[in-house]
Every structure is written in C-alpha cells, then in structure tokens.
Ligand binder design. Sequence first.
Ligand code: F0G
Length: 459
Amino acid sequence: MPYRTIIEPFRIHTVEPIDFPTETERHEALERAGWNLFGLHADEVIIDLLTDSGTGAMSTEQWAGMMRGDESYAGSRSYYRFRDAVKGVTGLEHVIPTHQGRAAERILFSTAVKPGDVVPNNTHFDTTRANVEYQGAEARDLVIPEGKVPAARHPFKGNMDVEALRATIESVGRDRIPLVMVTVTNNSGGGQPVSLANLRAVREVCDEYGIPLFLDACRFAENAWFIKLREPGYADKTPREIAAEMFSLVDGCTMSAKKDGMSNIGGFLAMNDADLAHECRNLLILTEGFPTYGGLAGYDLEAVARGIEEALEEEYLRYRIRSTEYLAEKIARAGVPIVQPAGGHAVYLDAGALLPHIPASQYPAQALACALYLEGGVRGVEIGSVMFGKPQADGTEIPAPMELVRLAVPRRTYTQSHVDFVGEVMIAVAARASELKGLRMVEQAPWLRHFTARFEPLV
Ligand code: F0G
C-alpha cells in the first residue's frame, strides 16, 4: 500500500483498564518499595515497560488453541503439537518443554557445565549469568567492542567478537569450555541483533575446537527481522527461512516462550545431541515435570505452539520493530541519549550520559528509572550497576560497563498514544536531569540482587 503509516496488524478484542495513581500515591508506593520498581504493585503503574516477558497480548487463535489443551499427564496431544511447532521452526531434534527460559538454562548448565568451566556468550542475560555462576563456572561476555558503546552505530551490535572467542578458547583450554552461547537479540547489550555472517563465523570456531554452540533464542524472530532488513542477501527471504538458517548453525537452544513465543508463560530446551537430551530429561523429571509437559499446563503448550508461528508473521514483525523504533526516535529527538540504533523489543536510555553528575556507585540508571515512575507512572528497568555491578570484599563495587534504563515494549499490548505519552514523560524528566540525585543501596541478596535490593535516595 502507498501509505507511510504502519498500523497495528490487529484490532482490540478485550480491554484491560489502566490505573492512574496520583503523584502522592506514586511517591508513597516507591518509598514502600525501597526505591526498587520491582516492589511496586501493578495497579500503582500507569504504563508498564518493566519487561516484554510474558506481558504480551495473546491472539484469538492462541486463546482458541488453549480450549484444546490436553491435560494428560503423559503423552498429551498438546505436547506433540508443541513439539512439532518447535521442530518446524528450529529443526532441532529433541524438544524439552520448561516453565520458562531460566528453567531451560538451569537444566542445560546443571548437565553440561562444571565448576571451573568458562561459558562464552555475546552478553549473558542476568538469569543466564547467574545460572552459569551457580554451577561454579565463569560467564564471559564477548560482544564486539561497538556493542559496549551506547552511541556507536552498527547494524549488528549484538555480534560476538570472534577473535576474542578464539583467544578465550586458546587461553582457557578447550576442555574447560563446555559450550558457547549466542543470545539473539542481545538483550543486556541493548536488544541488538546478531548477523548470520557472525553466527557462521562463531560456528566455524566452535567446529575447529569441537565445542557445541547454543542459541539463547528468546527473541529469535525479532533477530530474523533485523537480518532481513540489514544483512545483504536476505531482503527477499521470509523471517521463517532466516530463522531456519539461524537454527541450522547451532546444536541447541534455550528459549523463553514469554518473548517470541508470544505467550504468558513457557519455554523450552532443544538440541540435537540425544545423550545430552536424555540427561536433561532426567533432571527435568526431578524438578519440572514429566517430559511431555515440563511444568506447563497442556493449554500453555498450545499457546506456545501457535505463538511461535505468529511471531514470524511479516506484518507483525514490521509493526513490532517499527513501533519500538518510533519510541526511540521520539526520545532521541528530545535530546535524550539512547543506545543506537533502537533495539527490537526495547529502547535503552543511556543514564550514564544523561546523568554524568551521578557516579556509578550511586546508581544513575536506578535513579533515572525512579524519576520516570514518579513523573508519569512509567515503569522501566535498570540495566546497569544494580544489575551487573560486582561487589568486592572491601565494600566497593566494580561498576557495570553501561548504565542503562530499558523501556521494554510488551507485544501487541500498547497503542501509539501510549507510546506518545511515554515520550512526553521522558522529555519532562530529561529537562530536569541535572537536578536528579543518586541512591544508596541499603539491602541486597547474594544473587540477582536487582530484584529485591532496597535503596535510600541521597539528598
Ligand atoms: N535469556 C534472555 C536473553 C532473556 O531476556 C531472558 C528473560 C531469559 C533468558 C530468561 O527467560 O524470564 O523466561 O526465565 N528476560 C526477561 C526480561 C525477564 O525482562 O528481559 P525467563
């Protein structure tokens, strides 16, 4: 069609009311939550951009499929539909359902990783890192240098630094690297894609040393769309064909179906190695459930089976990636520094650049996330030194490489006017950026502290 406006490729069928807490109520809520947005109640939030995980709207076909959910404990019909859909998209032989992505990670790493090992990844997501470290192994991030500079433009900023991978294998020794992972898109590095050329180069290095390669495939469909838009030779391929090529280069994957599975819960672990799959299934039975449901209801399996197909529809992906970019353009035009280019599922605000007067030890990205909430009830998430800072024995911390606030866009959930509102709130906060103050952390857990840490505002 000759029109520029890209419309939402759906109509709204069911509506969910939004609450409008007052400024005083928002202040009280944040104090109660210890200046940690994870502690807010959903009815205290106006626009919730905390995560794109499990927060999307399901389609009529998904809801219809759920009515067919077969709740048989063993051998459910829904499992076979789920397995066939996953195999159809990934081509991977053994499909093991899990309740979400981190369960797939825990099972894979408990089986394949031992203390002293090193797992390279472009950038580990927080749960992935924690699950590697929980095994006594090291999670090493090897994204290309451009991937660590928010303002640096590169079409595939999520790419792995292939020479750094080779150097890591040479220095650590092949025997201490049980597998290599590549995260598509690279969530912690700004939702940036990985090219097929890069994936192929990583594969070659893995083949040279005989190391298995796994995808953290949460946002595989968004990654496929970026390849279609940006990688020479792929403009005429369908997202499904591109996804098939991505999966053909790996030995297995972990997946959170709460992202590009378009579902509210679910995930899977898939692989070609029958022996490894056998071991993983044994552990699955111990902690998740029988291998034909893996902690999910039959109806959840149905939602994922349908969702993984819908995530690859061109009209959907065009709208999805463009609507995130639209928010990014709005914010960037107002002079707010963001990770460039826009990610697939989220816009990442560069709090380090916006708040240079707040040192990393006072958590500038956490301060910015709190300011957005107080200003307009918008909930984002800190991806900086609260999430990735490393506390040292002497009480100091090694800061995270970047201080970002992620505004993640739930799938098929908010409209353009919601996005316009978020842009206005952001611009209002940016206008008084120099007045914002940092925070002091007063309570933290030994793992994944960002979920439960408590803070006090500095005055
Ligand atoms: N890997 C990546 C790249 C992720 O983004 C996530 C979740 C996981 C693994 C774990 O999956 O939540 O189903 O257990 N990311 C969410 C987020 C939580 O907000 O980015 P899960």
